[in-house]
Design a protein around this ligand. Structure first.
Ligand code: ADP
Length: 420
């Protein structure tokens, strides 16, 4: 048995709101429930200041009892109250076997994401989750697969790019992030960890190139200023890649550890979509700076992205933030069309307390350059337009900033002060 959205809705619906307002169901307060194994988050319309904490308490007790009944150890429950504009006005957090710690947002919801910032800290005790970004360390982190992982010699920062589902542009964002970082003078590696459907041969235009192996080490392709490696050049492109767990583990480890990366500032890893073996292997073997979650604006994509973000957190990997891909489209008439509901992923990031790393438009040139394996062209504003090139640059800037923050927080990088 496990907790599901439906089982949680059934538990929450009959709870009294207080002040004679009937049940949560009758008052129509429940906005959103998300569950990933032992992590639950619930969003409700604000019942009013006086009712928030008592209601959060009842929810905490009911969800804990439900978790016990289905045999799940509830690691974390986050209860958020939102105002009519959707801004979080109050957050209550619960950890296993304890009472809530609560965080009220500043007026206007401005600090909602600060107050509710579960980066890498979801598995921690409530006393720690109540503190803000300082909750990255502590005894409970030792439970995470990341805690035993080590760095890759010569590689400063490892960034995983993941998504809840396929087709949202995860590989496209990974490639363009790597190229953008390389254009800034960084030494960048790009690893196609999507071993079930490697797409880097196409996206990087590796077509006729042969994989070189020297002294038992894979030599990465040097293309578009990036050192890239992909299983797609080691297997038959037309054959389906069916891996059992241990094989996937082995293939991924081999790609990371038996490649001559040399010195790198950043290694960008394009993960398979969803939550699975490769992410676990990655978390166990490589110390990461953090993960970027790519999502399109639609509700269905958001739900999957929430699961992916929760998975990274459960593995002990900091989520650097969310990129909204295919955010909007500029038609030939010059008008902007919000085909998939622009801003949806941004709101989702805000709800989860995750940084928003930027939005990338749905763009024909990006698709064409990707199919032709010419990512550098995406940065030529004169040809593709500044909306696309600017968006890709902005994402790279935000990722760089979030990595610096994550590494400083962890003590693996010291701040530098430039005086001019
Ligand atoms: P994923 O890795 O999530 O499965 P891909 O990066 O392979 O997705 O992208 C799927 C398809 O969508 C590709 O053909 C890619 O060129 C296209 N695509 C991705 N992002 C965009 C975008 N912003 N505008 C236009 N096409 C895009």
């Amino acid at each position: 048995m496990s907790m599901t959205k439906d089982s949680l809705r059934a538990v929450l619906g009959p709870l009294p709101v207080g002040a004679g307002r009937g049940t949560i169901e009758q008052a129509g307060l429940l906005e959103w429930v998300s569950v990933c194994e032992s992590f639950v988050s619930v969003k409700l319309n604000d019942p009013g200041v006086a009712e928030r904490e008592p209601l959060a308490g009842r929810i905490g007790a009911a969800v804990s009892a439900h978790a016990r009944a289905v045999g799940v150890g509830l690691q974390s429950l986050i209860v958020e109250f939102v105002d009519s504009a959707g801004s979080v006005v109050h957050t209550s957090r619960f950890g296993e076997g304890s009472s809530a710690s609560t965080v009220a947002a500043a007026p206007g919801g401005a600090s909602a994401s600060e107050g509710h910032r579960p980066i890498g800290g979801l598995g921690q005790a409530p006393a720690q989750t109540g503190s803000q970004t300082g909750s990255q360390t502590g005894a409970s982190r030792a439970q995470h697969p990341q805690d035993t992982a080590s760095g890759l010699p010569g590689v400063r920062s490892v960034i995983a790019v993941g998504a809840g589902k396929g087709g949202v542009g995860k590989s496209t964002i990974a490639v363009n992030l790597a190229v953008a970082l390389a254009r800034r003078g960084h030494a960048v590696g790009l690893l196609d960890g999507d071993i079930y459907g490697p797409s880097l041969p196409t996206l990087l235009g590796l077509g006729a190139m042969e994989q070189v192996v020297m002294q038992g080490m894979l030599q990465p392709f040097l293309v578009h200023g990036v050192k890239a490696i992909t299983l797609g050049k080691l297997v038959d492109a037309e054959k389906p890649l069916i891996w059992r767990g241990p094989m996937a583990h082995g293939a991924f480890k081999q790609l990371t550890e038996q490649t001559s990366w040399g010195e790198l500032d950043y290694l960008v890893i394009d993960l398979p979509p969803g939550t699975g073996d490769v992410s676990l292997t990655l978390a166990q073997t490589l110390r990461l700076s953090g993960a970027v979650v790519v999502c399109t604006p639609q509700k269905v994509a958001q739900d999957d992205a929430v699961r992916a973000a929760r998975m990274f957190q459960q593995l002990g990997i900091d989520v650097l933030g969310v990129v909204e891909n295919m955010s909007w489209f500029i038609g030939d008439d010059g008008k902007e069309y919000d085909i998939f509901g622009r801003g949806g992923a941004q709101v989702m990031a805000q709800r989860l307390g995750l940084p928003f790393l930027g939005a990338v438009p749905l763009n024909m040139a990006l698709r064409a350059n990707s199919d032709r394996g010419e990512p550098l062209k995406n940065f030529d504003a004169g040809v593709v337009g500044s909306a696309l090139s600017g968006a890709l640059e902005a994402v790279a800037t935000r990722v760089e900033q979030e990595i610096a923050i994550a590494e400083m927080r962890r003590g693996t990088r010291v701040p530098t002060l430039t005086v001019s």
